[in-house]
Design a protein around this ligand. Structure first.
Ligand code: G3P
Ligand code: MG
Length: 236
């Protein structure tokens, strides 16, 4: 079961900051999930468009320029990272899962990925693009089929994981509130990986293992990894 740090190691450091990403790398995670918004022709790593939720700013992301946003405190003196900073920090170290929030131009995303490939040999096999916006995922898959996509859902669909198979996704990412054995079995039959968010409680980790999910997103990757190591050692 892969462990993804959710918004970086956001349980111990300010979410979606380089600090949270460094903490996740120190925890030796398999992957890191971050949220991505477009601001002008730049991509920034932040979850909420309302700035007061995670920064010293007020109002909405789109009301400010990239330069103005960079002056805000995203927690412990951190700036809101740009996507290139995140790719530079994580490339070659773990999977990077970019969850696309408000993105107006996929060309901007390609630009960042192409630059990272050129500048620090980003390997696309370590990139997973996910979104609740399935039309956006579909467009990316049509234009750049070499980029793996993960279809997010916060509901329990009528036809289980069919929507993700229809997108030809690599993985389906489902809210822990709705996961069950039927969904996992259906997704696996369709050739999809099943990743579940957000899993922080030890009892939930045990259940995810029993269900046979392929990965979990956690705000507490260190805690999760030590619990899994304990389970593995007691099963020997
Ligand atoms: O990508 C998994 C999870 O992060 C989706 O929900 O709102 O935390 O971005 P949210
Ligand atoms: Mg997210």
């Amino acid at each position: 079961m892969l462990i993804f740090a959710h918004r970086g190691a956001s349980g111990v450091e300010p979410e979606n900051t380089l600090r949270a990403i460094r903490a996740a790398l120190e925890a030796n995670v398999d992957g890191i999930e971050v949220d991505v918004h477009q601001v002008g022709d730049r991509l920034m790593v932040i979850h909420d468009r309302w700035l007061h939720k995670t920064t010293s700013g007020l109002g909405q992301l789109q009301e400010y320029s990239f330069e103005e946003l960079r002056l805000l405190d995203a927690g412990k003196g951190e700036t809101i990272p740009s996507l290139d900073e995140v790719l530079a920090l994580t490339t070659g170290k773990c999977i990077i899962n970019l969850e696309l929030k408000a993105i107006h131009s996929v060309d901007v995303l390609y630009h960042y990925l192409d630059n990272a490939k050129r500048d620090f040999t980003l390997d696309l096999s370590q990139v997973l693009i996910s979104s609740f916006n399935h039309r956006l995922l579909n467009l990316i898959h049509q234009e750049r089929p070499e980029i793996a996509i993960g279809a997010l859902t916060a509901c329990y669909p009528l036809e289980y994981a069919q929507f993700a198979q229809q997108l030809d996704a690599y993985s389906v990412h489902i809210d822990i509130e709705f996961i069950n054995q039927d969904f996992v079995d259906d997704a696996h039959k369709r050739g999809l990986k099943v990743y579940v968010y957000t899993v922080d409680e030890l009892e939930d980790i045990n259940v995810m293992r029993r269900l046979g999910v392929d990965g979990i997103f956690s705000n507490q990757p260190t805690k999760v990894k030590s619990h899994l190591a304990h389970l593995d050692s007691t099963e020997l």
